[in-house]
Design a protein around this ligand. Structure first.
Ligand code: C2G
Length: 136
């Protein structure tokens, strides 16, 4: 069984995330998502998520491509995770191109093209703009 891992916040789940997860799953048989905790998002990624960790976990667990969701609590846990979960492939979007090449001596590292036209921040901006216009 080929085991794949990916990492992320996955806030306001959208089709860009789904595209990533679908392609990640195609690279193996079992996909683990290491989901950034609320603490990690706030303290390390400077991200204030709309949905809490539990809500984001619930959403990811409902996706057919995802087999297991576990917490991402630090930048440094990737190497241990690869051993712990016997990972064959590390996958992430190409906005991280090259950043995780140090994992190459432990597993295959794949950077997948992002879905360009969508992002969580774009959703937030568009919604605030729209609501701003309507409410004025
Ligand atoms: N993604 C994508 N296309 C988008 C938006 C996101 O392919 N339009 C991908 C990202 O490249 C990433 C995954 O979806 O692989 C999750 O995106 P984020 O939640 O923004 O993850 P990020 O903050 O990049 O966290 O330790 C690694 C970090 O936790 C990665």
């Amino acid at each position: 069984m080929k085991r794949v891992v990916t990492y992320g916040t996955f806030d306001l789940l959208h089709y860009g995330h789904i595209n990533l997860l679908q392609r990640a799953k195609q690279l193996g048989d079992y996909l683990i998502v290491c989901l950034s905790t609320d603490k990690f998002n706030k303290e390390e990624k400077n991200k204030n998520t709309y949905f809490s960790y539990d809500e984001r976990k619930r959403l990811l667990e409902a996706i057919r491509y995802v087999d297991l969701v576990v917490p991402e609590e630090s930048w440094e846990q990737k190497e241990t995770d690869i051993d712990l979960y016997h990972i064959d492939v590390f996958v992430i979007g190409d906005d991280w191109e090259g950043k995780f090449d140090f994992l190459k001596d432990k597993c295959q590292v794949v950077y997948l093209p992002r879905t360009e036209e969508i992002s969580t921040s774009r959703i937030k901006n568009d919604l605030s703009l729209k609501s701003g216009v309507i409410l004025q």
